[in-house]
Design a protein around this ligand. Structure first.
Ligand SMILES: Cc1ncc(COP(=O)(O)O)c(C=O)c1O
Length: 428
């Protein structure tokens, strides 16, 4: 029986000094219902994570998809330790900045010049400022999640603290709905600086969709920015732009650049990127060397090895096994899968009078108590090999059967040990 006592004690302590008890919304008690969830981790290795109570889990969250090689990669530890003995951050830029920029230029089709940040949000905010400076326009069209900064979060329901004048400059269009983009251009026309989008998240782009987005943006004099914070270094070594063959003006990368180290990048056409010399995008830690050394190691492996093929294979194996189980157990009206094999989404539907939140909370309760950490997606890594996949599928078989039985018997609500999740803020 899993016990989360020490997690809960630590939450009480952390909340005295840390609002929400966590730096990251998606790692906080807003996503992990207290009473059925591990809340704090003590260590991680390969595909495994241990909570502060000592419980072991197979981890499919993979540090919000920032881990691609698996936790504790030995080669990575070696290069970062070597760099640590030399310097972490120096008074002048290190040579590593250009070395990593060159690797990105070699890997990413749209990349001619590169600047680094620490978070995906740094990179998207810089790309937006760049787009505004380059075009001399203010309005931004968005599709997807792009981070915590004012320019984006002001367009969501979590917009407290963002001035209305800022929110009014960002407008949402729908993925695979080209008319929703056309309508915005009809309304805003030459006031649009840039279209920024995740080239894919939960569903594949329909044939011609990304191409049409690019055409419409360009015919209106706006830039196309791909936010590849997750798709980059998961879908292909050159990102989703390589996979789909649609080359944006600017793209942003983050998670997955350095197997958990804090580094992000803005990259794009030379002519656009040179505008970086005129705007202000600068920070003390922009050229921090441990993350650059980590990125060099990771990207070098992407260039020399078939990392993406292996990741995709791991993801396919897990997705196929999961689909077969959904079918076998008779859950296909309730649970479906979508997305790229390396970033599969679990989509729940309400059924038999039970809401998605109730079903999802029971799912979390059942997987957590069997030693599997999974929320809404499979963020696979190289460490999710066939042995680990077999273990995940054994857990899924039990969990899916129990969910199905509780739906048929009408007992799902009674099985919940806590109040169901209430989604405070849906990022996508
Ligand atoms: C597509 C996308 N863009 C931007 C971000 C923001 O990145 P970060 O959380 O590193 O600031 C995220 C994070 O989830 C993301 O998924």
């Amino acid at each position: 029986m899993f016990d989360f006592r020490l997690s809960e004690q630590h939450l009480a302590r952390a909340e005295n000094t840390i609002p929400l008890g966590s730096q990251t919304f998606s790692k906080s008690r807003t996503q992990y219902p207290v009473g059925i969830s591990p809340l704090y981790a003590s260590k991680a290795k390969g595909s495994l994570i241990w909570d502060v109570d000592g419980n072991e889990y197979i981890d499919l969250v993979s540090s919000l998809a920032s881990i691609t090689l698996g936790y504790g990669d030995r080669g990575l530890a070696k290069v970062v330790t070597k760099q640590l003995k030399s310097a972490v951050n120096m008074s002048l830029p290190g040579k590593l900045e250009a070395e990593v920029a060159e690797l990105i230029v070699e890997l990413v089709p749209s990349a001619e010049m590169v600047r680094f940040g620490k978070n995906g949000s740094d990179a998207t905010a810089a790309a937006i400022r760049l787009g505004r400076a380059y075009t001399g326009r203010d309005h931004i069209l968005v599709c997807g999640y792009h981070g915590w900064q004012d320019w984006f979060i002001g367009s969501t329901t979590r917009n407290k603290g963002v001035p209305d004048t800022v929110s009014a400059l960002t407008h949402k269009f729908e993925f695979n709905n080209i008319d929703s983009l056309r309508n915005l251009f009809e309304e805003l026309g030459s006031r649009v600086a840039a279209v920024i989008m995740e080239p894919m998240n939960a569903v594949y782009p329909e044939p011609g969709f990304l191409e049409s987005v690019k055409d419409i943006a360009h015919s209106n004099g706006a830039l196309l920015i791909f936010d590849e914070t997750i798709t980059g270094f998961r879908f292909a070594a050159g990102g989703a732009q390589e996979l789909f063959g649609v080359i944006p003006d600017v793209s942003t990368f983050g998670k997955g650049m350095a197997n958990g180290f804090p580094i992000s990048a803005v990259t794009g056409r030379r002519e656009v990127m040179m505008e970086m010399e005129e705007i202000f995008f600068s920070g003390t830690f922009g050229g921090e060397l441990l993350s650059l050394a980590a990125a060099k190691y990771v990207l070098d492996r992407y260039q020399k090895e078939n990392i993406v093929e292996e990741l995709t294979g791991n993801g396919m194996h897990l997705a196929e096994g999961t689909l077969a189980l959904i079918d076998e157990v008779g859950l296909s009206d309730v649970l479906s899968l979508s997305g790229h094999p390396t970033w599969i989404f679990l989509n729940w539907k309400p059924v038999g009078g039970f809401s998605v939140d109730e079903i999802k909370t029971l799912f979390m309760q059942l997987v957590f108590e069997r030693g599997l950490l999974v929320l809404g997606t499979h963020n696979v890594t190289l460490a999710h090999d066939s042995k680990i996949t077999r273990k995940i599928l054994r857990i899924y078989r039990e969990v899916f059967s129990e969910i199905q039985a509780s739906i048929v018997e009408g007992t799902l609500r009674n099985k919940l040990k806590v109040e169901p999740l209430t989604p405070l803020f849906k990022v996508r």
